[in-house]
Design a protein around this ligand. Structure first.
Ligand code: NDP
Length: 328
């Protein structure tokens, strides 16, 4: 077989959910270092929104989607860690995972243990590897340290709550409703704060007896960044990793000095996974946490691929909890 067609979600200009178009595209044979993967399930992530709106610019037209699970259908020269028929999952550049079948670089495609369903695989790779590097690679967080985690009932959030608990880290989770707060607590958050109705700086101070937290993990961005610096202990670290409420404006280094020699890291998963060995190592760590039962994958919503625009609307309207998948 030389080529086949696949449904794929493509944008030809940045914009609202209405720019998402379902098209047919040709899929060929994998070249050296590539595999062809037939997807079972695709994952939905907030980065897909940033790419759709143009906050993270893409060349146009461009297919969207960063994560999926499925089965290897063909393997190009030089690929040694995968074989035809393997169950796999991935979170990888370039975007284009919202489709039935695609050819892509093999380095970031990871074997999926039999213990995980395709849905779990598609839901956990991107958000799980993010939690993995935030807890272990940006700054290795020690047992007993305290972390403030914003949007704790979201996809990354519910995984972070469970990860923290399993590592003996005290996580304070924020969320915008009492229901979301309870969900975060049920997933392992030691404390929860409804940041719509409570002042989270005051609450963090109460919870930590005025000492502050060692680490803030902030994927909300503009609305939470400044106040989050006031939640840190001297020498604490702010891990800014997202902009769900908008991008963080420029920060003065003098502010960091004045607030107690604070550190700020602005990280992105794909720097960590660019190294193939590190990527496979991170994936094994995350999938191992699911196999061991330390972490459960919470799929809060499922949308058929044809309804991808509704999935984006729900995510942006803060209507989702946990992870969201697109079914094929
Ligand atoms: P979530 O499921 O966490 O959804 C985003 C959540 O952000 C919402 O549910 C909402 O929770 C909160 N939020 C606060 N303000 C707003 C707002 N104005 N509009 C929309 N949502 C808002 O998404 P993901 O788990 O996919 O991602 C979480 C964050 O992590 C995102 O910013 C994402 O880009 C980032 N990320 C970064 C990575 C990296 O390596 N840099 C990798 C993976 C994710 P609530 O209602 O409780 O406030």
């Amino acid at each position: 077989m030389t080529s086949q067609t696949s449904r794929a979600v493509v944008i030809s200009k940045p914009g609202g959910p209405e720019v998402l178009e379902l098209r047919q595209q040709e899929v060929g044979e994998p070249g050296a270092g590539e595999v062809r993967v037939r997807h079972a399930v695709c994952g939905l992530n907030y980065i897909d929104v940033y790419q759709r709106t143009g906050l993270y610019p893409l060349e146009m037209p461009h297919a969207l989607g960063m994560e999926a699970s499925g089965t290897v259908e063909a393997v190009g020269d030089g690929v040694t860690h995968l074989a035809v028929g393997d169950r796999v999952a991935y979170a990888a550049m370039p975007p284009g995972a919202y489709c039935d079948v695609r050819v892509m670089p093999a380095a970031q495609v990871c074997p999926l243990p039999d213990a995980l369903s395709f849905e779990e695989g598609a839901a956990i790779m991107l958000q799980g590897m993010t939690v993995e590097y935030l807890f272990h690679r940006t700054y290795p967080i020690a047992k007993g340290e305290k972390v403030l985690f914003h949007a704790a009932a979201g996809g990354v959030g519910l995984l972070a709550c469970q990860w923290a608990k399993s590592e003996g880290i005290e996580l304070i989770g924020t969320a915008s409703t009492d229901e979301k707060c309870e969900l975060a607590r049920a997933h392992g958050a030691a404390h929860v704060i409804n940041y719509r109705t409570e002042n989270f700086v005051e609450r963090v101070s109460e919870i930590t007896n005025g000492k502050g937290v060692d680490v803030v993990m902030d994927g909300v961005g503009k609305d939470t960044f400044d106040a989050s610096l006031d939640c840190l202990k001297p020498l604490g670290i702010m891990m800014s990793f997202g902009n769900a409420s908008g991008p963080v404006p420029p920060v003065s280094l003098l502010t960091l000095a004045a607030k107690g020699s604070l550190k700020v890291a602005r990280t992105t998963l794909f720097t960590y996974t660019a190294d193939p060995e590190r990527c496979q190592d991170m994936a094994r760590h995350v999938l191992g946490k699911v196999v061991s039962g330390d972490v459960k994958v919470k799929i809060g919503q499922r949308f058929p691929l044809e309804q991808v625009a509704d999935a984006h609307r729900a995510l942006e309207a803060r209507e989702t909890i946990g992870s969201t998948v697109l079914t094929l």
